[in-house]
Write a protein that binds this ligand. Structure first.
Ligand code: HEC
Ligand code: HEC
Ligand code: HEC
Length: 285
């Protein structure tokens, strides 16, 4: 093949891919995800949340420099600028890919103006530093926190043959089986499905301790959920269809929807970032 043909085909490919992306632009969002080198500063690769702790220090140091420079307190400005000038470059040492995102020029201006007590300049250098913090946060904070700090349920096992996801599907089937049998007047099936559901809820409760330590132990199912199961059982025996529907709805909110509101959202988004979809999948959808 001649070079000109080859180059023409390459250009055509770029145009086609570009065109497809453009056509989908209303339904696709671009999210930046952090470089892989960040992982070493998070669990499980690291015992401590090293990255996050450096960030907390930076925020405190920025606040202190601002405070003492407003009060023209040279001694304390010096102390906190020294700390800040230690922790700010650490960002680039920890994640070399992010070195170019640092405003080292502003850092130098901050050090010089602080040591000669030119507080107007201290303030403007702080503003510039702050802009560099915000620019990186805008791109990466949400994706980083979700990827490295949202819990990963794929690691949770209910028993050796049941994954967390499969257990969820079973719970959902039981909830709907209660509803279907109740609507169709099949009391025995409704009651036995409720019994299965209750067992499944109790088994789920044992998994909370995988992540929630004793001191902040999540009591699941807990008294309110157990009482709702009891009154749902009573209404399946003697109540009206309307009562049964209401009790089941309450149970689903308490025992399922509340947890989904925090855990499932975080888990779904985490998977979106971590197990990235391929371009082929994106285009197919
Ligand atoms: C090159 C990227 C980058 C720069 C520059 C940067 N940060 Fe961050 N920062 C992050 C990322 C990523 C997170 C999210 C970490 C997480 O939530 O686990 C974060 C989180 C934080 C948090 C925690 C937010 C919270 O409330 O939970 C604070 C505080 C913070 N940064 C302060 C600063 C300050 C102050 C500066 C500037 C002096 C700064 N950061 C500069 C990347 C950056
Ligand atoms: C894979 C780890 C993991 C498991 C298993 C887990 N949690 Fe959580 N949970 C977390 C983390 C991390 C947070 C804080 C961040 C968040 O909201 O995602 C949290 C937060 C929560 C919150 C909201 C914040 C609070 O403390 O009130 C509730 C409620 C909760 N969990 C309940 C439960 C219940 C109930 C179970 C068991 C059925 C459970 N969790 C199982 C990791 C887990
Ligand atoms: C720990 C809190 C928690 C509680 C309590 C909970 N769920 Fe879930 N549920 C999750 C999480 C996290 C996922 C996402 C799991 C995954 O995709 O790996 C999920 C996923 C699901 C799914 C989707 C499964 C799939 O195929 O992707 C269904 C259906 C479901 N839950 C039903 C229920 C029902 C019904 C209840 C109440 C009886 C319930 N869940 C209680 C956390 C919870």
């Amino acid at each position: 093949m001649r070079w000109s043909h080859f180059i023409f085909l390459q250009c055509l490919l770029v145009v086609i891919v570009g065109g497809i992306v453009y056509l989908h632009k209303d339904r696709v969002i671009m999210v930046k995800i952090p470089p892989a080198s960040l992982a070493q500063w998070y669990k499980p690769e690291n015992e401590r949340q090293v990255w996050l702790h450096n960030m907390f220090k930076l925020r405190r140091e920025m606040q202190a420099v601002r405070l003492y420079s407003d009060n023209k307190d040279a001694k304390h400005v010096e102390k906190w600028v020294t700390l800040l000038s230690e922790h700010y470059p650490k960002i680039g040492e920890m994640v070399p890919e992010w070195k170019k995102k640092l405003d080292m020029d502003a850092m130098t201006r901050l050090q010089e103006s602080a040591s000669s007590s030119r507080y107007q300049e201290v303030s403007s250098a702080l503003d510039d530093l702050s802009a560099s913090c915000e620019s990186c946060h805008k791109d990466y904070r949400a994706s980083t926190a979700t990827m490295y700090r949202a819990p990963d349920y794929s690691l949770i096992e209910i028993d050796t043959s049941t994954t967390f996801k499969v257990h969820m599907e079973e719970l959902s089937k039981q909830v709907n089986q209660v509803k279907i049998a109740s609507e169709d007047g099949m009391q025995d099936i409704a009651l036995s499905s409720l019994l299965d559901l209750e067992k499944g809820i109790n088994v789920l409760g044992e998994t909370c301790a995988n992540c929630h330590k004793k001191q902040d132990a999540k009591v699941y199912p807990g008294e309110t959920i157990n009482n709702t199961i009891t009154s749902l059982g009573e209404s399946l025996r003697t109540g009206t269809l309307k009562d049964q529907g209401r009790e089941l709805g309450t149970l689903a909110v308490l025992a399922c929807a509340r947890c989904h509101g925090t855990h499932r959202i975080a888990s779904d988004i985490r998977k979106l970032f971590v197990d990235r979809q391929s371009w082929a999948e994106l285009i197919k959808h």
